[in-house]
Design a protein around this ligand. Structure first.
Ligand code: CA
Length: 225
């Protein structure tokens, strides 16, 4: 069940929206002012925030900006005014979409569906395609492409590359790599990691360019993105 935080100070309208959203099988929490809304937004996890523009204590634009400083969840801004300025400042403050009162509830549902669909597409993309520079890895199909050409890797080479990309920007020690790529039963020498990094570099690096896999002396390896 998806959780929605509805931030709306007009009681009757909030109640109406709450019931309609529940009818669509969303789990709804209502906040009636900017300050308490912000606390709820930041301290709990939400699938979507419906945010009224005109609110007591802190207005919707400010609430939206503050949420965006820390969180990426979808925000749809709701307002009584249908002016271009409101729309622009709403979207500038980081809202994903904007809907003006009065609106048909079906229109709001349609917008919500679009926001969720977009999010699912993004997540799908992140799952299947790990990219670094000119290299892309489709983790579902286990296909590695470099500049449009497929690179054939062995199982271990592939595992090593996928692990380094999954933990991009984090230096992984030889022990961590052994554990993640070779597994617990690997009674192998730590040097095997160095050997495989060399194999992998030979396949994925471009001649004359610095290696995609950076050696961090005394610690391990990292791919930076
Ligand atoms: Ca209001």
């Amino acid at each position: 069940m998806k959780r929605i935080l509805l931030i709306e100070d007009e009681k009757n309208f909030a109640r109406f929206m709450e019931l309609e959203l529940q009818r669509e099988l969303f789990q709804v929490t209502v906040a009636a002012d900017g300050q308490s809304a912000l606390e709820l937004a930041l301290n709990e996890s939400w699938d979507l925030i419906l945010l009224d523009l005109m609110l007591p204590i802190m207005d919707g634009i400010e609430v939206c900006k503050r949420i965006r400083e820390v969180k990426k969840m979808p925000i749809i801004m709701i307002t009584a005014r249908d002016s271009v300025t409101d729309k622009v400042s709403g979207l500038d403050s980081g809202a994903d979409d904007y809907i003006a009162k009065p609106f048909a509830i079906e229109e709001l549902f349609a917008r919500i569906r679009v926001v969720f669909r977009r999010l699912e597409e993004q997540q799908e993309e992140q799952r299947t395609l790990l990219v670094s520079h000119d290299l892309s890895v489709d983790v579902e199909a286990r296909i590695v492409m470099k500049n449009g050409a497929e690179i054939e890797l062995t199982k271990r080479e592939y595992g090593l590359l996928e692990t380094l990309l999954k933990f991009a920007n984090r230096v992984l020690s030889r022990d961590e790599l052994l554990d993640k790529v070779w597994g617990y039963d690997a009674a192998v020498d730590k040097n095997v990691v160095d050997v495989y990094v060399r194999y992998l570099r030979n396949k994925i690096d471009s001649p004359g360019q610095p290696s995609m896999i950076e050696t961090v002396r005394g610690i391990g390896y990292v791919i930076r993105k």
